[in-house]
Write a protein that binds this ligand. Structure first.
Ligand code: EPZ
Length: 461
């Protein structure tokens, strides 16, 4: 779906020539403070995995508060390709996985959307067989799935990987996975989710040790339990799942997106603005709130699930080490680097989760940031100002970091390769514009002249 376009000549909506999303750019003019209230959308990293969790149930599942994202559209395409019935009505998804037409997920979709690999747990649990393309790496790292595979093998699945396809099946007449005690070498979010889903219908008890503790893992456990699963311990490092024979329908609401909320908190801090954000779940944001308060930003819980952020007199430097939850989230590292680039003093950032998640450094330096990279460490020396430039987004959270830089920079910033941003933010520029930011999405020709201007927001796939 494309945003409504205004033809600059006729001034009328022009949808027949809507440009591809990846040919548009964002223009941001810095120096405008923000004010007002921003509505936080449902969590991308929960909605996507709940969609795969719906495959565990052969009845109707309703998932509410689903954000309007390109990745959600892609996940819907993956489910449809498996023969699953899925219907979207605004922020509500109705899914019925009674009948699969195939256990083979489409290569071209899975390689674009890593989260679709997590469906292998649910497909194996339901059908006893699955052919899932390996998701492959992306800009931020190799993104292996060895922990997912080893866990499924511990539950009795036989897995062969050939020609980039993960072929899994459960031997035996009933083709049912068996409960197992599994220790995860690292608290992988995806592996925890894949194995938790697989275990809901397994024969016996599964214990996941060294499990991920992210809020999205807890949301998935609550979703599965709302369908009759028996999962305890989600949110701790040890999750126990007692397999059941069947799951029933549910009507479930996705939690608010803590990373979108963190991004808007950072936007307020970098523009020295006061904002209200809701809905948010403050305990999902503890490391982000604590770090902002260490930098001098004041954040209070205005009302239940509503935060008020107030600007700092001076943004103080602070060190950051990304860690699995409840540590500082890697998905907020790029946004904080932008903020620290304008702090008073030097900061050290250590990215411990992904091996290649510092690509936004080069683009921030083009805007005047003073950052040196040594391995997975970035030394950020605060500068008094950034200057607008034409920059290229390298991944989803780097895109958000460049938008924040544009909000604070002197002059105009043009951000290219917006397909990254559209994967994970629900109408970011509209939300920013509603808060007073000077930001627009346009398509420009080779000379940099505006060809089309998006007038409102829609999901761009
Ligand atoms: C989830 O990715 C999120 N994506 C990521 O969000 C997030 O950054 C990440 O968790 C960490 O919090 C979704 O939920 C869809 P991991 P996931 O498995 O599950 C290694 C965003 O911007 N690893 O916890 O893929 C892996 O290489 C995205 O919204 C293995 O070695 O992350 C990485 O170094 C980006 N073997 C580390 O673990 C495995 O089998 C953490 O990965 C699996 C992972």
């Amino acid at each position: 779906m494309e945003g409504r376009l205004i033809n600059p000549v006729s001034g009328l909506p022009d949808t027949k020539n809507a440009p591809e999303a990846d040919s548009s750019v964002l223009r941001v003019w810095g120096g405008h403070s923000l004010r007002g209230h921003v509505k936080i959308s449902g969590a991308k990293n929960s909605a996507l995995v709940l969609m795969t969790g719906a495959l565990l149930c052969s009845e109707d599942c309703r998932i509410r508060n689903v954000p309007r994202l390109a990745d959600v559209e892609r996940m819907a395409q993956v489910l449809s390709a498996l023969g699953i019935k899925i219907h979207r009505n605004g922020e509500t998804l109705d899914i019925n996985a009674k009948d699969f037409t195939t256990s083979k997920a489409p290569y071209e979709l899975v390689t674009q959307l890593r989260a679709s690999f997590f469906a292998i747990g649910a497909i194996l649990a339901r059908l006893g067989v699955a052919q899932m393309p390996l998701p492959g790496g992306c800009a931020i790292g190799a993104r292996p799935v060895d922990l997912h595979v080893r866990g499924l093998q511990a539950m009795g699945a036989e897995v062969q990987i050939e020609h980039g396809i993960c072929n899994a099946h459960v031997p035996g007449s009933n083709r049912r996975l068996k409960g197992a005690k599994i220790y995860l070498d690292s608290p992988s979010v995806g592996a925890t989710e894949t194995l938790m889903m697989a275990a809901t219908l397994a024969d016996g008890e599964t214990i996941l040790d060294n499990a991920a503790r992210e809020p999205e893992v807890v949301d998935l456990a609550n979703f599965c339990n709302s369908m009759g699963a028996k999962i305890t311990g989600a949110g701790t490092s040890t999750i126990t799942i007692l397999g059941v024979s069947k799951l029933h329908s549910t009507d479930y609401e996705v939690i608010p997106d803590r990373i979108e909320a963190g991004t808007f908190l950072t936007a307020a801090a970098i523009t020295h603005s006061e904002l209200l954000l809701s809905p948010v779940i403050p305990e999902h944001l503890l490391p982000v709130i604590a770090k902002l308060q260490e930098m001098g930003v004041n954040i209070v819980e205005e009302a239940p699930n509503c935060l008020r952020v107030m600007p700092a007199e001076v943004l103080k430097a602070a060190d950051i080490q990304t860690l699995p939850h409840p540590g500082f989230p890697t998905d907020m590292q790029a946004q904080f680097m932008t903020l620290l680039a304008l702090a008073d003093g030097d900061s050290l950032i250590n990215e411990t989760v992904f091996e290649n998640r510092l690509q936004h450094v080069a683009e921030l330096k083009r805007m005047g940031a003073n950052i040196r990279v040594k391995g997975n460490h970035a030394i950020v020396e605060g500068v008094p100002l950034l200057s607008g430039a034409t920059v290229t987004a390298t991944d989803l959270r780097a895109s958000a970091a460049l938008v924040l830089a544009g909000l604070a920079a002197q002059g105009k910033t043009t951000i290219q390769d917006l397909h990254h941003l559209d994967r994970g933010y629900d109408c970011l520029e509209a939300k920013m514009r509603n808060l007073g930011a000077k930001i627009e999405r346009v398509r420009v020709n080779a000379e940099g002249e505006t060809v089309y201007r998006y007038a409102d927001e829609a999901v761009r796939v």
